[in-house]
Design a protein around this ligand. Structure first.
Ligand SMILES: Nc1nc2c(ncn2[C@@H]2O[C@H](COP(=O)(O)OP(=O)(O)OP(=O)(O)O)[C@@H](O)[C@H]2O)c(=O)[nH]1
Ligand SMILES: [Mg+2]
Length: 225
């Protein structure tokens, strides 16, 4: 029995429940149009934009690619991916450290998706908040770059739990760091046994053949539905 004479409202639960409804709306829109949405998440500077540039240049002859660049401010990443050959929109989050489903739906409307096969959302650089918000994406991909260290699954478990694919990025820098790949993979799989882990370098192209096969399979599976 409570001896309080006031109510406690769990506002965060309500925010997430509302977001889940909006995420389903995004999914319904994209399913009808058979367009894939990938939510790309990582720390600031982990290599999201550099990865997108390589993916765009490798896949743009085969698929029509859109990118939503979400940042607190600036348009540098939008300029970069546009130069690589993608249709792009820059989204300013107004200080927010993540994208939610409503912001994503409005971003898709602004981008215009009818002429696209796949849209990448480059989420705000952050390993915490973006993991909490389902934006209605078909898949969530995360990058954990070598310089960030193999202990990150211990510190940011939700990101590793909710993502479908974990890219271990900047593999070309491995000789300069003491990253323990076995320990990292074990920690990831303790949180998420189904998570695929790919070792990649956006600088050298290492691992991009497998990454692109994975993405192509997501696109083709959706087209065939
Ligand atoms: N050595 C090496 N450097 C990389 C690689 N990928 C990205 N970088 C460098 O890392 C820095 C940050 O890369 P970005 O692609 O801008 O990272 P980001 O995750 O998009 O950063 P924010 O959008 O600011 O969160 C740049 O100097 C890149 O050149 C890689 O595979 N190897
Ligand atoms: Mg970026």
């Amino acid at each position: 029995m409570s001896n309080r004479d006031f109510e406690i409202l769990e506002t965060k639960e309500r925010v997430l429940a509302d977001n889940d409804k909006e995420a389903q709306r995004v999914r319904d829109i994209l399913n009808e149009k058979k367009i894939v949405l990938i939510n790309l998440m990582a720390s600031p500077g982990a290599g999201k934009t550099t990865t997108l540039v390589r993916l765009i240049s490798d896949l743009k002859d085969r698929y029509r690619i859109g990118v939503m660049e979400a940042d607190v401010d600036s348009d540098v990443d939008a300029r970069t991916v546009m130069a690589a050959g993608a249709k792009v929109i820059q989204l300013h989050t107004g200080g927010s450290c993540h994208m939610d489903a409503d912001m994503t739906r409005r971003g898709l409307e602004g981008l215009g998706v009818d002429d696209l096969d796949i849209v990448f959302l480059e989420n705000v650089g952050n390993l915490v908040c973006p993991a909490e918000f389902d934006v209605g994406a078909d898949k969530r991909i995360m990058i954990l770059s070598i310089p960030e260290g193999d202990d990150k699954p211990l510190k940011y478990p939700l990101m590793f739990t909710v993502s479908d694919l974990c890219m271990v990025g900047k593999m070309d820098t491995a000789p300069a760091f003491d990253f323990d790949m076995d320990a990292f993979c074990r920690r990831v799989h303790e949180l998420n046994p189904a998570e695929e882990i790919l070792q990649v370098s956006a600088r050298t192209g290492e691992g991009f053949d497998k990454l692109e096969d994975w993405i192509v399979s997501v696109i083709e599976t959706k087209k065939a539905k």
